[in-house]
Design a binder for this molecule. Sequence first.
Ligand code: MD5
Ligand code: FE
Length: 203
Amino acid sequence: HAERLAAGTVLLHGMAAPLAAALLADIQRIAAQAPFRHMVTPGGYRMGVATTSCGTLGWVSDHHGYRYSRIDPGSGQPWPAMPDSWRALAGDAANRAGFAGFVPDACLINRYVPGCKLSLHQDKDERDFSAPIVSLSLGLPAVFELGGLRRSARCARLTLRHGDILVWGGPDRLRYHGVLPLAGGSHPLLGECRINLTFRLAG
Ligand code: MD5
Ligand code: FE
């Protein structure tokens, strides 16, 4: 079912669960071409979360800053194509949340192992904030922190489970958010890990 959490935020419980095995096979194929790596932040920290991307644009970070790039700096080649089925699924989820016509050009793939976290941040490297972001969770559950438009705002916590799709847009697009350290455990399909796909219109 669809749960509206805020004016522009909708949680589609378990929407991707029936597709998990196919998504995982796609992820493995993409990661064979563009391996998961630990980006370095502009401040010089190695991220605990391992990332890769598919689509026209991929998210990269180094000492110069955060940005989207057509080229994977690891290989010097374009990122793997975004599977048509992924683009359709993200568009379908956005549509159910009230954002018609969402066509992502980037999918950031984040991999968490127990202990990994994502500190509170805003997603503001994209060119057009009128498009929503669609986030799809697989594997171990994570506790997500949903903040406000200022870093100092109090955060609400919510658990993102295997197969959940969360859509953020409109007034919620620039909320601060983060992921608490992943608890240990093992998922029947993914093992000791959580993978999150975030679909964006970056360019
Ligand atoms: C994750 N990833 O679970 C999350 C899901 C990231 C990231 O935060 O930047 O890779 S996407 C969560 C998100 C995106 C855009 C807006 C908001 C949350 N929000 O307003 O809360 O790995
Ligand atoms: Fe984010």
